[in-house]
Every structure is written in structure tokens, then in C-alpha cells.
Design a protein around this ligand. Structure first.
Ligand code: FES
Length: 106
């Protein structure tokens, strides 16, 4: 099973196995990673699953869709490497992915 590493803003680092086909957001919620809220449950309307993709992973993860980009505009701490974790499907190729989380999801 692929593993995903979540790094909270305070440096707390958590690595969890996430089933293929689940989202990076689901991997966080299922394992109690507090830096991801996911208020809309993954229907891409809240931006509270915001994360940052480490530079080494950006090509493999890819860019946000136009719709995701619009939702990301509502994230307070958006950066050039921002993604919505509910829109990143876990695949075998993403095993070892590291995402950083913003200081809050407001
Ligand atoms: Fe709401 Fe991702 S969980 S936009």
C-alpha cells in the first residue's frame, strides 16, 4: 500500500499507508491528521483540505484543474505549489509523497 507523509505547520510529521484509489485527503482524515479538515467531504467546495506539494513531487502530482484552481483561490495561504488534497488520487507511483499543510485551513 502506498505511504503518504503529512507535515503539519508545527513540524509534526506523520506517515500513513493509504489505499490506492483513495485521495490524499482521505488518507489524512482516516488517520487523524489534524491539519486537514475536509469540511465538504471531498466535493471540492471548501478548500479546507489545502496542502503544499514538495518540489520533488510536483511533476508526478501534476497541476490543479481549472475548477480546483478556482476553489484554491479561497485558501488563505495559497502558494504556487498548493493543491486540494481531496483531488489527488493515491496511486502506486505516489508512494512516498510528502505534503506540507498550511498553518490553518481557514
Ligand atoms: Fe473540501 Fe477538498 S475536502 S475542497
Amino acid at each position: 500500500m502506498p505511504n503518504i507523509t503529512y507535515i503539519e505547520d508545527d513540524g509534526g510529521t506523520f506517515t500513513h499507508d493509504v489505499p490506492i484509489g483513495n485521495s490524499v485527503m482521505e488518507g489524512a482524515i482516516d488517520n487523524g491528521v489534524e491539519g486537514i479538515v475536509a469540511a465538504c467531504g471531498g466535493c471540492m467546495s471548501c478548500a479546507s483540505c489545502h496542502c503544499y506539494i514538495e518540489p520533488a513531487w510536483q511533476a508526478r502530482v501534476g497541476l490543479p484543474s481549472e475548477d480546483e484552481d478556482d476553489v484554491l483561490d479561497s485558501a488563505q495561504y495559497r502558494q504556487t505549489n498548493s493543491r486540494l488534497s481531496c483531488q489527488i488520487e493515491v496511486t502506486k507511483q505516489l508512494s512516498g509523497l510528502t505534503v506540507r499543510l498550511p498553518k490553518n485551513q481557514c
